[in-house]
Design a protein around this ligand. Sequence first.
Ligand code: 8OZ
Length: 364
Amino acid sequence: MSASTPSLFDPYRLGEISLSNRIVMAPLTRNRAGAGLVPTDLTARYYAQRATAGLLISEGSQVSRQGQGYQDTPGIYSPEQVAAWRKVTDAVHAEGGRIFIQLWHVGRVSHVDLQEGGAAPVGPSDLIANTKTYVNNGFAATSAPRALAASELPGIADDFRRAAANAIAAGFDGVEIHGANGYLIDQFLRDGANTRTDAYGGSIENRLRFPLEIIDAVAGEIGASRTGIRLSPVTPANDLTDSDPQPLFNRLLEEIEARKLVYVHVIEGATGGPRDVNPGFSFEELHKRYSGTWMVNNGYDLGMARDVIASGKADLVAFGRPFISNPDLVERLRRGAPLNELKRETLYGGGAEGYVDYPTLDAA
Ligand code: 8OZ
């Protein structure tokens, strides 16, 4: 390889910040928020332990009470949440790390027991998702959603805008808009979840309208150079279906290019599952349309990650579950060292166990 071949371990310029390497910690839901849905001191320790990643992306954090779909996920809408996240970003920055927050609205993937006054969750249409959520300490079917009125949409875009302002006030280096995995933004994009007959449904242009209004609200508030987005064009997660994702996402990438968002984070294949769920879909067609930072995710190991960076097919690689069980994942990859095994029973909920007690190489 020539000296100019990029490596996973080279620094990278992301908008206005520099990352010490091309390895990203993917957003990971852990369901450990404290009362008031605030991140805790353990949360700060967990992210600080992983600060050698070039970039950390926080777990999905709801932009409003309505945007919550699972028990004990943190928010970024109250003053208490902003103050608590400040402790997290300070701890990460003290270790030399960089951190974006993932801004999340679950849409129809929620349960009446998580909604204000037991209200129905909301979506583009009143179609129920055949999926489960976690509530009252157990898995439960999602509740039947109510179709949003067009007059409610500016309020939700404004929740995203305010959450982005809160994120900057809390010390985050930027935000990732959660446009993936069958949540609100993805629900508006897809004809399997969005059967609206107004300006927000039907044609590709119409299905893109609300997602783009959210993007414009966020980027207008904090700047495109601090705004990234996560997409999962072919995932079946959360009962999402779509008759023809290629032209839809081709158009979306053109719109994202025009808005100069700082990165696009793509989940290649089924979220946390096989990469080849839709072999006819071309991620290259998407990449071709966008000249900013291309972040890839899903089942990467060291060899795949080295190759995708060296080939120039991606700028950054996000690792999910390996970062839960290996706080020093970057060092382990650098040395080609073995990885700790993931304890699945402590993934969601609980305390320190399976959260901040995974050993580093040096400790082991
Ligand atoms: C696992 C459990 C709950 C939520 C996603 C935010 O899939 C999630 C999530 C993952 O994007």
